[in-house]
Design a protein around this ligand. Structure first.
Ligand code: FES
Length: 99
């Protein structure tokens, strides 16, 4: 993954929602502010047990459901494998209740 830093501007702000335990958190970020969706969720929601392997892709604890946005329909994905970019704009990310 190539990490490029972009300064936040009105044009590149990314808005989407995270749903966890029935609570909706509105996220306002910009491309690559976070290394991955997992790091964003860990920072914004601080869910114990989420992202146990720190993004190595080996624990499965960061499994989330993404719907709408760029991903038409609904997909289950590892949040550590999802870049924070405009593909998340308008998406609803649901963290399962196992935590
Ligand atoms: S943080 Fe372990 S698989 Fe994503």
């Amino acid at each position: 993954m190539i990490f490029t830093f972009q300064m936040p501007t009105a044009e590149n702000i990314i808005l989407f929602k995270i749903v966890y335990q029935g609570q909706v958190t509105e996220i306002r970020t910009y491309p690559n502010q976070y290394y991955s969706l997992m790091t964003l969720i860990s920072d914004q929601l601080a869910i114990p047990g989420f992202g146990l392997c720190s993004g190595m892709g080996s624990c499965g604890s960061c499994l989330v459901q993404i719907s709408n946005g760029y991903h038409q329909g609904t997909k289950n994905v590892l949040a550590c494998a999802v870049s924070v970019n405009d593909e998340l704009a308008g998406a609803v990310v649901t963290v399962p209740k196992q935590f």
